[in-house]
Design a protein around this ligand. Sequence first.
Ligand code: FBP
Length: 336
Amino acid sequence: MSGKIVTLNRHIIDEEDKYPEATGEFTNLMNDLCFAAKLISYHTNKAGLLGVLGETDKVNIQGEQVKKLDEFAHDTMVKALDHGGNLCVMASEEEEGIIPIPEKYPFGKYVCLFDPLDGSSNIDANVSVGTIFSIYKRISPDGTPGTTEDCLQPGNKQVCAGYVVYGSSTMLVYSTGNGVHGFTLDPSYGEFVLSHPNIKIPKKAQIYSVNESNFDYWDENVKKYIRYVKETDEETSRPLNSRYIGSLVADFHRNLLYGGIFLYPASTKSPKGKLRLIYEANPMAFIIEQAGGKSSNGRMSILDITPKELHQRVPLYLGSEYDINILEEFIDGRRK
Ligand code: FBP
């Protein structure tokens, strides 16, 4: 590794120095989040040995059977974040309502929304999974318990977003609005070290990622776009290559680095889409737009949608601007 070694902690402190009004609360919050990620990474890597594979007897608000590792990741995030005095409220994919900060702890000025373990269907097969997080400043009065309204802010109000991918190595990728930076966990000394500074998505996609088994349930214009990416045309570098893992974090991370478009359209099976706006779509949209790409629900940027419910779903498209523009032209009929 040439040049200076920049740990995540050092990077966050340097980022915070850009904000003269900063109090250190954000740095503390990110440190707690980073600790949670290390603990989840350790358990994910050793899942088969620690008896955390398989299901619990619980069903979550999404109607999904809760996996043991889902539950572990959720509990770890809550326990790592609830007592530092940095948060006023949290929300998680695994919890129906908002997660209040216990009265015995101080109420901070930040809000954290998270998907503790994304890609649950892949856990037991040792396929990459992840954690997704989104951070806002509170809008309710300081010093009081946070509210649902604090959690339902549009994505363009995020002060930070990111994800951790537990794959061949564990990486944490985040942005505070000053570009996108990736850190690799060195398990030998337990530090996230800067390995991918200032990530920019390639200008054009070479990959498309979608669950094509839903093809028959899609809107005709979405079908037309998928047929378009599969046609042969050298001039526009088509066909795109098909890659789909079924873990949003893993599919997104690959496409961010290699250049690709991720699609989870609405369908007659899921008329509002499958993926959740506040702790899946918004953080990934923040990252892709910070990396020079574009997010969309087919008509507008994901970041401009005002959430109405905690577990609201949304059609989700993420990729380079060139590819998302073409997709939107198919969806609104400008392209046939
Ligand atoms: P959770 O695992 O957090 O519920 O996430 C949903 C998810 O697994 C995404 O990671 C992934 O992109 C999508 O669902 C896969 O859905 P499908 O199996 O319908 O293709």
